[in-house]
Ligand binder design. Structure first.
Ligand code: SF4
Ligand code: SF4
Length: 85
């Protein structure tokens, strides 16, 4: 299981989630190449430990536990995973 970043992050991208993630699995972070041009941030499903810390940190409710992702945003599960391929 993993957490997933969805549509509301697009255009907000304030990186509050990056600051609270204990395993640094949310990318690109502010000081990484690609942050400025990234549409949104993404959670690496292979590294996320499912702690849930990022979910309440997001000001726009963009983050969901994978199985709780709203139907209209389920495609973001693949979008997050594909970013790390
Ligand atoms: S659930 Fe925890 S480990 Fe996974 S992305 Fe959020 S803060 Fe990081
Ligand atoms: S806290 Fe929410 S809006 Fe901010 S970067 Fe993370 S997912 Fe995007």
């Amino acid at each position: 299981m993993t957490y997933v970043i969805t549509q509301p992050c697009i255009g907000v991208k304030d990186a509050s989630c990056v600051d609270v993630c204990p395993v640094d699995c949310i990318h690109p972070s502010q000081n990484e190449e690609g942050f400025d041009t990234a549409e949104q941030l993404y959670i690496n499903p292979d590294e996320c430990i499912d702690c849930g810390a990022c979910e309440p940190a997001c000001p726009v409710t963009a983050i969901f536990e994978e199985s709780a992702t709203p139907d209209e945003w389920k495609h973001f599960i693949k979008i997050n995973a594909d970013f790390f391929k």
